[in-house]
Structure formats: C-alpha cells, structure tokens
Design a protein around this ligand. Structure first.
Ligand code: ADP
Ligand code: MG
Length: 387
C-alpha cells in the first residue's frame, strides 16, 4: 500500500518541455505548476458565504505552454488519448470542444487572452477524487498564460487568476463550484492551511499554520468517482438557496441555528443545519489549531463527517468505511472531504501510525468488497508557481 507520490516537479518540468518540443516542433515559453487540495474542514460552505480550511497538496498539475501568433489553440494532456485543436472562439461558454478542454483552456477565455497557444499538461492529482484536479489544471494553465506575457505573479495577479479559473469552471465548463479550489490553488502557503472567508464578493484568505512534525494528514481516494456536473451538488446548492430565501438572509452565513431548526421543510432544514454548524466548526477548528489542541480539531472533523453523512447526505458507503476504519485504528479525527458522493476522506493521524491506518482502511475495503483505495500524504504545499 504505497502512498501516491507527488512526483518531482523540476524533473517532470524538464521531461514535459522535451515532450512539448517533440509534439509541437517548437520550444515552450513557460512551465507553470498548480496544486490540488484537500479540504480539512468546511464543506459546501463556500457557496453559502461561509468558511473553508483547505491545504494545497504536493500533488500538482504542470502546464507547458507557448503563445502563438494566430488564434489557433492546441491542447494535449498526458491523461487524454486525443489532443484537441481549435480556435480561441471555441473556448467561450457553449463552444464546441471535448469536456476536458473547458477545464484546460477555458481560463484563456476568462482572461481574455488575445493570442492562441499550444499547451501540454501533466498531473499527479488524481482526477475526480475530490482533490481538485480541475482547479489545479485551470490554475496551472492560467499561471502559464500570465507568465508567457511576462507579467509578474504577484498577489493581485494570483487573486485575479483565481477569479478567472472560477469563471472557467462555472461559465465555460458549467460546473457549479463555489470557489474554494481555485482560491487555495493560487493563494496557499507551504506549511499552512488557508482559511478562506466567502462572505464578501472578493473572498479573503488567511494562512493558518499547521503542526509541522509528528502528524500526517492521510488522504484516502476511495476511487468512487463523482462528477460535479451530476445533479447531487446542484441539488444541495438549491436546497441551501431555498433555506436562505425562507430565512430571509442573503446567505446561510447570516442564518441563526434557532431559525434553521424552525424551518418547516424537513430536508431543507437538515441541509441548512449542516451549513450553519459546519461554518461554526471551521471557526472552532482554527481556534483549536491556534491553541495546539489537535484532539479538539479531530473531534470537529468527526462531527463534520456525521453532519455530511446524516444532514447533508453527501457521503457514501466507501467514505463511511474509510472514516470508520481510520478512527478505529489510530486517527484522532476523520471525515469525507470535497463535494461528496465519492471522492476522498482525510484523517489526522500520528505520523508513526499512518501506514498502519492506511493498511487498516485497505483491509476494511477488501472485507466490504470495495475496490482498493489509494492513499496519499497531504503535506501542506505552496500555491501556483512558475517553474
Ligand atoms: P476533481 O476536481 O475533484 O478532480 P472534477 O470533476 O471537478 O474532479 O474535475 C475532473 C475533470 O477535470 C476531469 O474529468 C477532466 O475533464 C479534467 N481534468 C483534470 N485533470 C486533467 C488532466 N491532467 N488532463 C485532462 N483533463 C483533466
Ligand atoms: Mg473539481
């Protein structure tokens, strides 16, 4: 049960430059990298004006790019058999192109890129695992497009790239994502999680230092695939909007728990209760980290999982099994993470027990008749960079 390697970014970048030159016949202008993420706590809160606490993974997507003189766009990915060739106009919402190209190149439309480009991408972020391969891809390409024009990757540029990547996913791809993934992919700092507050139009982000040694954030990809464009995520969003409307608040961030408990519709009430209690758990989790109280942090992870399983109903048998096995064998907290309906779990584990917990999850999956999961160590890493 080896842990999934994040790869060696410098080595991969040089291999990818060579592959780019072979494929397109010219040297690339730039290589950029953007990470996947795991959310430690605060699920389905971003689109409710709430709080999230993700960290950027060491696993990342690399984008090798060269700007062209015409409006032709050529995209290739080491994960996709067929490269795609089209024009800038095809990248607009409603344009003709394969689904993955919207993720890979929709950010060019959002940025208003005036020139075509050749692009090759490669990723160590598992796709569709709730670890945000989508934002890693959008942000890697956005960063490469910016760097190819010679513009600096300063803080305002990072924020505007996050906005462009969000527009690529919501408007070009049409996935109703809330903005957490792109924000952490652009703004994360190594060694810290990122507390993001979505109440204002422009999300505010604060780095929250994590314990350095002795602990592992163990991520388990259940290999149960999810797709945000499926109905479950959108249905949860609709329930949250219905709750906010019934409570006459601009978003569930402003809802009081007593008012939520009095909502007449039983399902909408449970959905809103998850969001309101989850936002409070993020605040408590940040306080627990500041106090060095990891047991308290773990208990909040457990409570978050129960809320997602019972009130928000976005867990599944494999996620519940991973969380249960982790808790039973040494994790001090565990929860599903990401949009739900499959994807990954995250557990806080004393470092010396990480392998044992991962093995226990494998054994539990085998006993329950599930396909083998894949584990990785989520070492808090930096946001997008030019290599
Ligand atoms: P997640 O972000 O949790 O991995 P999503 O459903 O949001 O899952 O995004 C996954 C989609 O992003 C894939 O189906 C594919 O279209 C696109 N994608 C991600 N990484 C790559 C890649 N390296 N090459 C091509 N497409 C990719
Ligand atoms: Mg995604």
């Amino acid at each position: 049960m080896p842990f999934l390697s994040p790869g060696d970014a410098a080595r991969s970048a040089s291999l990818l430059r060579t592959a780019f030159a072979q494929r397109f016949g010219l040297e690339a202008d730039v290589v950029a990298r953007a990470p996947g993420r795991v959310n430690l706590i605060g699920e389905h809160t971003d689109y409710n004006g709430g709080l999230v606490l993700p960290l950027a993974l060491p696993h990342a997507t690399l984008a090798v790019l060269r700007l062209r003189e015409d409006d032709v766009v050529r995209c290739a990915s080491t994960d996709v058999d067929e490269p795609w060739s089209g024009r800038l106009d095809d990248l607009a919402p409603g344009g003709e192109r394969p689904g993955w190209v919207g993720y890979a190149a929709g950010v060019a439309w959002a940025l208003g890129t005036p020139r075509g480009f050749d692009l090759l991408v490669d990723s160590t972020v598992p796709s569709g695992a709730g670890l945000s391969s989508s934002a890693a891809l959008e942000c890697a390409v956005g960063t490469a497009l910016l760097a190819a024009t010679g513009a600096p990757l300063d803080d305002p540029a990072r924020r505007s790239l996050a906005r462009a990547a969000i527009r690529a996913e919501t408007e070009v791809v049409g996935a109703p994502t809330g903005g957490m993934d792109q924000t952490v992919a652009m703004l994360a700092e190594a060694g810290s999680a990122l507390l993001v507050d979505f109440e204002a139009d422009e999300p505010s982000a604060t780095s929250v230092p994590l314990p350095a040694d002795g602990w592992v954030w163990l991520v388990t990809d259940t290999r149960v695939s999810h797709a945000l464009v499926d109905g479950g995520y959108a249905a949860r969003r609709a329930d949250c909007e219905a709750a906010a409307a019934a409570l006459d608040v601009p978003s569930l961030r402003r809802a009081e728990i007593d008012a939520v408990e009095a909502l007449p519709d039983e399902r909408v009430r449970r959905r809103a209760r998850h969001v309101v209690t989850e936002i409070a758990r993020v605040e408590d989790a940040v306080a627990a980290l500041a106090a060095g109280d990891l047991d308290a942090f773990g208990a909040l992870m457990d409570a978050s999982h129960a809320s997602m399983r019972d009130d928000f109903e976005i867990s599944c048998a494999e996620l519940d099994a991973a969380v249960d096995a982790a808790r039973g064998t040494g994790a001090i907290g565990a929860r599903m993470t990401g949009g739900g309906f499959g994807g990954s779990s995250v557990a806080l584990v004393p470092a010396e027990r990480a392998e044992g917990v991962a093995a226990a999850i494998d054994a539990r999956f085998a006993a329950d008749g599930f396909a083998p999961p894949q584990h990785l160590r989520a070492v808090a890493s930096a946001g997008a960079q030019v290599l």
